[in-house]
Design a protein around this ligand. Structure first.
Ligand SMILES: *Cc1c(COP(=O)(O)O)cnc(C)c1O
Length: 340
């Protein structure tokens, strides 16, 4: 597909492939609010199977899938614990508080993307009417491209059981983690009561996320989805692309990871940039230039047809529409900026 920019801002910028567009045209559809869209039903069943959960629910966005989880697990006056930089706390417009009456208890992520479980345990409120009722612990995997250690997930699940908390995973990029660890995503999902999964990130679907969990939880979430206006009718058109994403685009995430590694290694040769190729685990590369340089460099890259993200730093995310040549061109352009 003709693309004017090398767009490394996010893996959300992928456009549906020809195979996806074809599947969308041919998809059998029905009214999903009546539960009668065969393609949506197949997508939900496929996702539930791949993630080892009883049921799944198709949602228009990851933001809504996370919100459905939060308000299905927690009631008004309840509390959830999440990373200070977690998408579902920081980047979802405060939806849980606004729409669910749920209080967040954020704490900083550690450098490896985990939450310190000792600190988490200390933040759980005692059963006393002065306090909100702590109900839910939320993790994110991958977290800024980092894969949470499997042993840690078990420890988090043990803590949650001991303290009577539910456990939710923002698994927007769980398949990047699974591909990196070379294990089925279901193994990563196993300790969690619920998880959200994005189809529209590296998997390349134009729209859509799934919330997965027990049949009872998904029943509740379906009611909330309706209330939030997420009940879509012939949504099989979208689900058809999602099926291609799940069936054909998971294994190829390894290519995105290799390109991120290539990009990090190329940029690491530039003295003016701090980049750690060893820290790149999946499809995200972070580079820290001196603060003033960051904005100038970003503007220069944009003039040269390359878009990157980040606040103060550079965030570069590889995906389906980024080629090896794009990576080479990006490295060469950054080098040119620094005068070599
Ligand atoms: C993208 C993303 C989401 C969901 O975002 P939407 O744009 O609402 O689909 C949730 N969590 C994480 C970690 C994400 O990267």
């Amino acid at each position: 597909m003709n693309q004017a920019f090398i767009d490394l801002r996010s893996d959300t910028v992928t456009r549906p492939t020809a195979r996806m567009r074809e599947a969308m045209i041919l998809a059998p559809v029905g009214d999903d609010v009546y539960g009668e869209d065969p393609t949506v039903n197949l997508l939900e069943q496929t996702a539930a199977d791949m993630l080892g959960k009883e049921a799944a629910l198709f949602a228009p966005s990851g933001t809504q899938a996370n919100l459905l989880a939060l308000i299905s697990h927690c009631g008004r006056g309840d509390e959830y614990i999440a990373g200070q930089q977690a998408h579902l706390y920081r980047y979802e417009a405060g939806g849980a508080a606004v729409l669910g009456g749920i209080q967040p208890q954020p704490l900083d992520f550690q450098v490896d993307g985990t939450l310190d479980l000792k600190v988490v345990a200390g933040l759980v409120k005692p059963p006393d009417f002065h306090f909100a009722r702590t109900r839910l612990l939320c993790l994110e995997n991958t977290q800024a491209g980092k894969v949470l250690p499997m042993a840690y997930l078990q420890q988090a699940a043990d803590l949650a059981r001991r303290l009577d908390l539910r456990l939710h995973l923002d698994g927007a990029r769980i398949f990047n983690a699974a591909v990196k660890l070379q294990i089925p995503a279901a193994q990563i999902a196993a300790p969690f009561d619920s998880l959200s999964v994005c189809l529209s990130k590296g998997l390349g679907a134009p729209v859509g996320s799934l919330l997965c969990g027990s049949a009872a939880l998904i029943d509740q979430a379906r009611r909330w989805r309706k209330m939030l206006g997420g009940g879509m009718r012939q949504a099989g058109l979208l689900a058809a692309a999602g099926l291609i994403a799940l069936q054909e685009h998971v294994a190829r995430l390894a290519e995105d990871h290799a390109k991120a590694q290539q990009l990090a290694e190329g940029l690491a040769t530039i003295d003016e940039l701090a980049v750690e190729p060893a820290e790149v685990q999946t499809n995200m590369v972070f580079a820290w230039p001196v603060e003033e340089v960051a904005e100038n460099l970003k503007n220069y890259l944009k003039e040269q047809g390359i878009k990157v993200g980040g606040y103060g730093n550079l965030r570069m995310v590889t995906h389906l529409d980024i080629s090896n040549r794009d990576i080479e061109r990006t490295i060469a352009t950054v080098k040119r900026y620094f005068g070599r």
